[in-house]
Design a protein around this ligand. Structure first.
Ligand SMILES: CC(=O)SCCNC(=O)CCNC(=O)[C@H](O)C(C)(C)COP(=O)(O)OP(=O)(O)OC[C@H]1O[C@@H](n2cnc3c(N)ncnc32)[C@H](O)[C@@H]1OP(=O)(O)O
Length: 441
C-alpha cells in the first residue's frame, strides 16, 4: 500500500520516493533522467498509460515522451508502493507531471504551471494521492513565483476543489462540404501548398508561434506537437501517422499565414476529413484553408474538434447551417496561484476599484484583495477594507481569461456581494477577444 503520509487527508508535501531512490532523494525523477532513472521512467510511462486505459506504450511513444520530458523540463512525479506484493512494484500507483510554459492573458504572457498525466491506480483511488501530488506542486509553484496553473480535465468534477475553473471552451463541428458549402464574397487570395508534414513543420511551427503571440488564452505547445504534426507519431496508434496531410497558406508576399493538418478517414464512398490542427493568422488564410478543405474530392464533410466560439466560419458562408455544432466542452482550466501578479498581468476594460474576497481551500489565493484598474491595467494588493465582492478560487480561475462574464457567474450564485461593487467588477472585467487555446496536454 502507498505510504500512509500520502493517503492522509492533508499529506506531506512530497510523495514517497521509490525504494530504489537514495534515502532522502527528491521524489521527482528529475527534468533530465539519469541512466539510473530509466527503469523508474519505464514504469511511470506504463502506469500513466494504464491509468488512461490505453494500451501498453511501445518504443515510439516512450521516445516521444522522453523527448517531451527533456525538451520541456517536465517534472514527472510518481508514488510507488513501499511494500509491493507479487512483484507489482515496477509501476507507480500514481503518476503526475508538470512543467512551465507561457500563457497569453490578453495583455501579455505569464508563466503557467501546466499540469498533466495524472493517474491513480484503481486499487489506490480516493485515498488522497491526487490531492497530495497537486497540492505539493501548486505550493512549489507559489514558492517559485509561478502566477497561474493550467490543465485540461478528463472530468469536469475533479479540479474545482483545487481552485481550477474552466476558462476557455471549444466547439466540435461537423461541416457539410458538399454543394451546400459556398463562401460569401470573392474567392480567397493567396496560395495553398500541400506539403509532406515534416517539410511543412517549420511553417506550421512559425504560424502557431505568431498566433500564440496574439491569441488570448493560448498556451505554448509542448514538444510532442512536433512529433504529432510531422506525422512521426500518432498518439492513438503508438507509431507513425501515415494518413496525416498538411496544407499551408501563403500570403501575397509568400509568407505562411495559416495551416491545416488533417486526415481523410474512410477508404471508399463519401469520406470525412478530420482536422487535426487548424491555425490561421487572418481572414484570408481562414477562408482559403476552409475552401481548400471543402474542395477535397471524395470528401463530403469535415470534422473539427477545437473550434473557437468566435470562429468566423459560419459568418463566411452563404448557408451558415453547413456548420453543425455537435458538441461544446471546456478546454483550458485555470487556477490563480499568485493573485496580485496574475490579476496585474491581464487586461482590464474600465476604471474602478473593488475589494475582492477570495476563498481558496488550498489557501494560495485566499484573502482580501484591493483591485484597482486604470488605463487597461490593474494593481492588486492585500487589503483590510471590508470585502465588496466574494468568490471562490475556481470562479476566479474561470473569470481570468475573460471567457466567462462576471454577470453569468453572479447569476449562478458564484459571485456575491454589494451589487454596485459586483457591477463595477463586471465592467472592469468585460471586454477584449474571446480566449481560445489550441494546446492539448
Ligand atoms: C490534468 C489531468 O491529468 S486530467 C486526468 C485525470 N485522470 C484521469 O481521469 C484518469 C482516471 N482517474 C484517476 O486516475 C483518478 O480517479 C483521479 C486521478 C481522477 C483521482 O485520483 P484520487 O487519488 O482517487 O483522488 P483523491 O483521492 O486525491 O481525491 C481528491 C478529491 O477529489 C475527489 N475526486 C477524485 N476523483 C474524482 C472524480 N473522478 N470525480 C469527482 N471527484 C473526484 C475525491 O472525492 C476527493 O474529494 P474530497 O477531498 O473533496 O473529498
Amino acid at each position: 500500500m502507498a505510504s500512509r503520509e500520502h493517503a492522509a487527508p492533508h499529506p506531506a508535501p512530497h510523495p514517497a520516493p521509490h525504494p530504489a531512490c537514495r534515502p532522502g532523494a527528491a521524489p521527482s525523477l528529475g527534468a533530465v533522467p539519469r541512466r539510473a532513472d530509466r527503469p523508474l521512467l519505464e514504469g511511470w510511462c506504463q502506469a500513466q498509460a494504464r491509468g488512461f486505459h490505453q494500451a501498453r506504450l511501445q518504443e515510439s511513444s516512450r521516445a516521444v515522451w522522453l523527448d517531451h520530458l527533456r525538451g520541456d523540463g517536465v517534472r514527472p512525479l510518481g508514488i510507488w508502493e513501499e511494500q509491493p506484493a507479487l512483484g507489482a512494484g515496477a509501476l507507480p500507483v500514481a503518476t503526475y507531471s508538470s512543467y512551465d510554459k507561457q500563457l497569453h492573458t490578453g495583455a501579455r504572457q505569464v508563466t503557467a504551471r501546466m499540469i498533466s498525466d495524472i493517474t491513480v491506480a484503481p486499487t489506490h483511488r480516493r485515498q488522497g494521492l491526487l490531492r497530495s501530488l497537486i497540492t505539493a506542486d501548486l505550493r512549489e509553484a507559489a514558492e517559485t513565483g509561478v502566477p497561474v496553473a493550467a490543465l485540461t480535465a478528463s472530468e469536469g468534477s475533479i479540479y474545482g476543489r483545487f481552485g481550477f475553473g474552466p476558462a476557455t471552451v471549444e466547439q466540435q463541428w461537423e461541416v457539410d462540404t458538399s454543394l451546400r458549402f459556398a463562401l460569401r464574397g470573392a474567392a480567397p487570395s493567396g496560395r495553398v501548398v500541400l506539403l509532406e508534414p515534416a517539410e511543412a513543420w517549420p511553417a506550421v511551427a512559425a504560424v502557431f508561434a505568431r498566433w500564440h503571440e496574439r491569441q488570448r488564452g493560448s498556451l505554448q505547445r509542448p514538444r510532442f506537437y512536433e512529433s504529432m504534426l510531422t506525422g512521426a507519431w500518432h498518439p492513438a496508434q503508438d507509431g507513425p501517422d501515415h494518413r496525416l496531410r498538411v496544407a499551408v497558406h501563403l500570403d501575397a508576399a509568400g509568407e505562411p499565414d495559416g495551416h491545416v493538418a488533417y486526415r481523410v478517414e474512410g477508404d471508399r464512398g463519401v469520406r470525412t476529413a478530420d482536422v487535426v490542427d487548424l491555425v490561421t493568422l487572418g481572414p484570408t488564410a481562414h477562408r482559403a484553408l476552409w475552401r481548400f478543405l471543402a474542395d477535397l474530392d471524395l470528401v463530403g464533410s469535415v470534422r473539427w474538434n477545437h473550434a473557437s466560439t468566435a470562429d468566423p466560419l459560419p459568418w463566411s458562408l452563404v448557408e451558415p447551417r453547413a456548420v453543425r455544432v455537435v458538441g461544446q466542452r471546456d478546454s483550458l482550466w485555470v487556477r490563480l496561484v499568485d493573485v496580485p501578479a496574475a490579476l496585474a498581468a491581464r487586461p482590464w476594460y474600465a476604471e474602478g476599484s473593488v475589494v475582492l474576497e477570495v476563498a481558496d481551500p488550498l489557501g494560495l489565493a485566499s484573502g482580501r484583495w484591493r483591485l484597482t484598474a486604470s488605463a487597461g491595467r490593474a494593481t492588486c494588493e492585500p487589503s483590510t477594507d471590508p470585502a465588496q465582492v466574494r468568490l471562490e478560487a475556481d470562479t476566479l480561475g474561470s473569470l481570468y481569461l475573460g471567457g466567462t462574464r462576471v454577470e453569468t457567474l453572479s447569476a449562478a450564485g458564484r459571485v456575491a456581494g454589494d451589487p454596485a461593487a459586483v457591477h463595477a467588477f463586471a465592467t472592469m472585467s468585460t471586454g477584449g477577444p474571446v480566449p481560445h487555446s489550441l494546446t492539448d496536454f
